[in-house]
Design a protein. Structure first.
Lengths: 297, 273
């Protein structure tokens, strides 16, 4: 059901080859990053392979027949209406839920539970109110390494909050809390970052700021990122590929062939419209009928 | 105009914040009491004058009975609290985390909790005599339940989102407990702690008054036999002071451990480690 459409969309994206990704990756990591990457042997992102994955909660099938492969260092956005199963898919990747059928592999290996190199960003920041900002960032580091303090400071500097290190989370704004959560996710130098609508609760300006921050850090650190969002524009702004989930199945898998940094030009609008049309398709058909009915009268 | 009002408000604020305020009523009561006694309106066979009580306190301090009595009572209270508190805390924690443990022990706890522990005094005297064991047992029994209930409630009301966050950030069971569960439950545990302190003194007073051969309660009962009302009142005042002291201690712990809590956030910035 979904495949003919996907084929069509691939052709369409072929038409828009003019907006191809220039594929530029940053040269070397900046100085503070070197401190962060010290002492961790794992570098770069993971690959993810989902084969015919399904997920059931009791009688209810939430996801079925999911085939998805994510390249090393790729940024994939998952969009869909609420309740379509996109968050469940992310939780499967995080190991927060077990798959009911099929195969889920990271780097060619089966993973059970939450991997040590995987980090998850929630819609709310989920900072521990009884720990200072810097200690909250330290949560992302395991063990008691001697340079943990320094690494946490560096991560805070990455998100521009080094001067709030010793404050309680309760005095920060929503955007600042989410930035602390981002620092906490990145301090452990993850190879896979899963983002569950992390910007959904932020105001428009803070959102754009955070999107740029996430994109910049993703480029620098070259981890694999999977973002779940209901905001198509956000998906197009950030992702290499947008996956649309509808009724627990992949309905569209569209590479975004725009160069970075992305501006809201014609190409951007083209992709945004393409995806939006597809998301809204069923309702659109109804509304056209309605219009016709009105004109007929 | 506005500035003047603001100034007045600031001054008023300072005035209200003065630490002497809580002591005003107790001191006034003492003065009136002393005056009425001096005027002969209160017979010293009903209630001895404050100066008589102070003199009695002084005499008992000199011969060492007072210090010994306070020492023994405080020791009993502390040991009983320690035993009861530990048991309550451990079971609260276990039952909050492990469903099987909860199923196994919670209803038993609830049944025992509903027996007034002071009603056990005759039985406890039969078991332990009037030695230390009976007092410590009763205090521990009284303290277990407020600590147990509040620890359990605290652990259960920790935001599951935070626990999930801890799991995806790879915290071990021990770290999860130390960094998320325990601090999250702390404000509730401290409520139980304060409540248990009150029960601790109450239990001790009753137990010492009925069955003891040392301690403050025994001192009071002994004095009653010789109609030394000044010593009786002194004992009562001592209990009030000890109760207040332990409550202040609990408050101090709250301020120290719940600095992050908006209610205690007078110092917003944590002192840099």
């Amino acid at each position: 059901m979904a495949s003919p459409f996907r084929k069509g969309s691939e052709e369409e994206s072929g038409v828009s080859a003019g907006y191809s990704n220039d594929g530029s990756q940053p040269g070397g990591p900046a100085a503070p990053l070197r401190v962060l990457t010290q002492g961790t042997e794992s570098k770069g992102g993971v690959t993810i392979e989902l084969e015919n994955v399904s997920k059931r909660f009791g009688e209810k099938t939430v996801l079925s027949g999911i085939h998805l492969s994510v390249q090393k260092g790729e940024f994939v956005a998952i969009v869909g209406r609420s309740g379509c199963g996109k968050s469940t898919l992310l939780r499967l990747l995080a190991g927060l839920e077990d798959i009911s059928g099929g195969k889920l592999e990271q780097d060619g290996r089966h993973v059970g539970g939450s991997g040590q190199h995987t980090r998850f960003m929630f819609q709310d920041a989920r900072l521990l109110p009884w720990k200072s900002v810097i200690d909250n960032v330290r949560i992302g580091l395991t063990g008691n390494g001697r340079d943990n303090g320094q690494r946490a400071e560096t991560a805070l500097r990455l998100v521009g909050l080094e001067d709030r290190a010793n404050e309680w989370p309760s005095v920060l704004s929503g955007g600042q809390r989410q930035r602390v959560a981002l620092a906490r996710a990145l301090v452990g130098n993850p190879r896979l970052l899963l983002l569950d609508e992390p910007l959904g609760a932020l105001d428009a300006l803070t959102r754009i700021e955070m999107q740029r921050l996430i994109e910049r850090l993703w480029k620098q650190r070259q981890f694999t990122a999977v973002l779940v969002t209901h905001d198509v524009s956000e998906a197009v702004a950030l992702a290499d590929r947008v996956v649309l989930i509808e009724d627990g199945k992949i309905a569209l898998d569209l590479p975004i062939t725009l160069s970075r940094p992305r501006t809201k030009d014609n190409g951007f609008a083209y992709f945004e419209n393409l995806i939006l049309e597809r998301v809204l398709a069923p309702e659109d058909r109804f509304s056209k009928h309605d219009e016709q009915a009105v004109y007929d009268i | 105009m506005k500035e003047v009002e603001l100034m007045a408000q600031v001054q008023k604020k300072k005035w209200v914040d003065h630490p002497a305020w809580p002591w005003l009523i107790p001191v006034l009561v003492l003065i009136v009491w002393q005056l009425l006694s001096a005027a002969g309106l209160i017979s010293d066979r009903t209630l001895p004058a404050p100066d008589a009580i102070v003199r009695a306190g002084w005499d008992l301090t000199i011969d060492g009975t007072l210090v010994e009595a306070i020492g023994i009572s405080t020791w009993r209270a502390f040991i009983g609290f320690l035993i009861g508190g530990l048991i309550g805390f451990l079971f609260g924690l276990l039952n909050g985390v492990i469903p099987l443990s909860d199923k196994l022990t919670d209803s038993t706890f609830q049944m025992i909790r509903n027996v007034p522990h002071l009603a056990l005094i005759p039985l406890v005297i039969a078991w332990f005599g009037i030695g230390e064991g009976s007092k410590i047992f009763l205090v521990a029994l009284g303290v277990v339940f407020p600590i147990y209930l509040n620890t359990l409630h605290g652990i259960r009301s920790v935001d599951p989102g935070l626990i999930e966050m801890g799991k995806v950030h790879g915290l071990s069971q021990w770290e999860l407990y130390k960094k998320v569960l325990l601090p999250g439950a702390m404000s509730s545990i401290l409520v139980g702690f304060r409540y248990a302190l009150g029960i601790m003194w109450l239990t001790l007073i009753v137990a010492e008054t009925i069955a003891a051969e040392s301690g403050i309660g025994y001192m009071a009962m002994n004095a009653r036999e010789f109609f030394q009302l000044d010593v009786v009142v002194l004992s009562i005042l001592l209990y009030a002071l000890l109760g207040k002291l332990s409550d202040s201690m609990a408050k101090w712990l709250e301020r120290r451990w719940l600095q992050w809590h908006p209610h205690f956030a007078k110092v917003a910035k944590k002192k840099a480690a």
